[in-house]
Each structure stands twice: as C-alpha cells, then as structure tokens.
Design a protein around this ligand. Structure first.
Ligand SMILES: [Zn+2]
Length: 281
C-alpha cells in the first residue's frame, strides 16, 4: 500500500496552496484549505488506520462525526506545502463526540489544524446540506476583491452585480452571486457562524478588508471560482485606474442572454438594479 504522503490528495492540495501563494493571495501564513475525503479514499493508504493523537477543537462538530478532512495547519506558509506536506498538513477524522479530531497523518512536528477550522467545519455543514458532493472550503486574500470592500457598499447584491458586469463568465460561474458579511474578527466562532449562514445561499462569502471563504466539489472547481471572482475584481480595479468612467458595459439584457444560453439557475433578486443599500444585507 502506498503511503498517504504520496497520494493524489496531498499532491493536489500542495499544488493548489502553491498556486494560491503564487497568485499573491496567501502571503506569509495567510489562507487555509480543507478537503473532505471519504472513508474508502482514506483506507486505501497505508498507516491511516491508527490515531496518532487527538486534538481538541473549539466547536461542536458532532454533525460531521466520522468524516475525514485533509486540512492545512495553523501558522503554516502555503509556499512550503509542496516541500513539507506531512508537516504543514494533516489528515483528521472528526471524533464521535465532535469536540476533538483524531489525527491520522501529518502535522508531524506537533502541529494542529488552521485556527479557522471551526469556520471551515460550519461552512462544510452548511454546504453539505445544499450539495452532498461538497468537498472543499478555501480561505484566501484575493487582493482586488479585498480592495473593493473599501470602496463599494457592503451589499451582496451590489458586489454581485458589479462583478457580473465585468465579464460574461462571472454570471456563468457564480449565477447565485456572492455573499458579503460585515467586518468581523477572524479566528472566532462568530465569524464562522455568520459565514456558514451566508453559505446557505452562496459558494463565495466575502470577509470585508480581509479575504474570501469559498466552497466547492473539488480543489480545482473552488480555486477556479475564486479565480473568476478575483479576475472580475481585477477588471473593476483596472477600470478605476483608467479613470473610472464607464462608457459601455454588460447590460441586464446581456445577463438575460447569458442565462438563456447557459441555462443558468440565477439569483433573480440580483437581476434588477435597485436603490443601493449602504449596509450589509
Ligand atoms: Zn485570512
């Protein structure tokens, strides 16, 4: 049997975190990713049948008891994951009582899951209710999207429509729009609860002045979702750098044409412009 270190899951996770780093979205120890694996996927690898140690978590995750997650470690640098995967990542199983995790592989220098792990688990719970294929939660700091949280009212509708208008692929890739929460202190259960509540309607939740939480079925899909949001944010930023005057843009009829062409399950509330609210909706 192959060692879990050589699995495609570890390789894909290391590749994804390196890409996030190279994009400039995860400076220093910024960012964290968790990937759900099935029991069968884990059992195919040697050494994953014994618990190395138990790690307490500050959240009741009993709803996820028995589920496995490959997760990045607290304080770890994404640029190092490729070289030190079994130090900077861990494979954990949620314990039956839900207040601790069993470490099955990794964190070999005594490390622990990301400090945002409760927010990840809450988001996994919310998304699994919507989509049984839910696998990934990804947190990172996409520069242009974060910059927009200083200049655009913190409204899910305002952000979604602005990004949709920047590129036709936006409404195709995130037809439900993106969610925005108020600024909150990271690393707390409060921000996790607020994020998970938004995850009931959106796969992308913006943390103002900080970054983004994204969900998806695979690492590639989730990464691609963030990439698409950030590409539109970059176009928006570039327009501002060119003076900000918009002479022509995608119209609401263009949205209708895209919805018809790609058979999109779009957020109807966001299709019509209305009075801009200056507060989080
Ligand atoms: Zn962060």
């Amino acid at each position: 049997m192959t060692d879990f270190t050589d699995s495609s899951y570890v390789r894909d996770m290391a590749k994804t975190t390196e890409n996030l780093y190279r994009h400039g979205w995860d400076e220093r120890n910024g960012g964290n990713v968790s990937l759900r694996l099935t029991k069968e996927e884990v059992e195919a690898y040697a050494g994953t049948d014994k618990v190395l140690r138990q790690i307490p978590i500050k959240f009741d995750a009993s709803e996820l008891a028995g589920k496995y997650y490959l997760v990045t470690g607290t304080g770890r640098y994404f640029k190092n994951m490729v070289e030190f995967p079994d130090r900077d990542m861990g494979l954990i199983r949620i314990s039956e009582v839900g207040n601790s995790v069993d470490l099955m592989w990794g964190f070999n220098d005594g490390g622990e899951p990301t400090s945002e792990f409760p927010a990840h688990l809450m988001s996994h719970i919310a998304r699994l209710k919507k989509n049984p294929n839910q696998r990934v939660i990804m947190h990172c700091h996409p520069t242009n999207l974060v910059a927009m949280t200083f200049t655009i009212p913190l409204s899910s509708k305002r952000f979604s429509r602005t990004l949709w208008k920047m590129h036709p692929e936006s409404i195709v890739v995130f037809p439900e729009g993106i969610g925005v929460i108020p600024y909150m202190c990271p690393g707390t259960n409060d921000i996790g609860e607020k994020t998970a509540a938004k995850m009931e309607d959106y796969r992308v939740v913006v943390w103002p002045h900080h970054g983004v939480f994204a969900a998806g079925d695979s690492l590639d899909e989730t990464y691609g979702l963030v990439e698409t949001v950030e590409k539109s944010a970059l176009i928006y930023t570039t327009i501002q750098a060119q003076g900000g005057e918009i002479l022509q843009s995608l119209t609401d009829q263009d949205f209708r044409d895209l919805i018809k062409r790609f058979d999109l399950n779009v957020n109807e509330d966001f299709l019509t412009p209305d009075a801009v609210t200056a507060t989080v909706d």
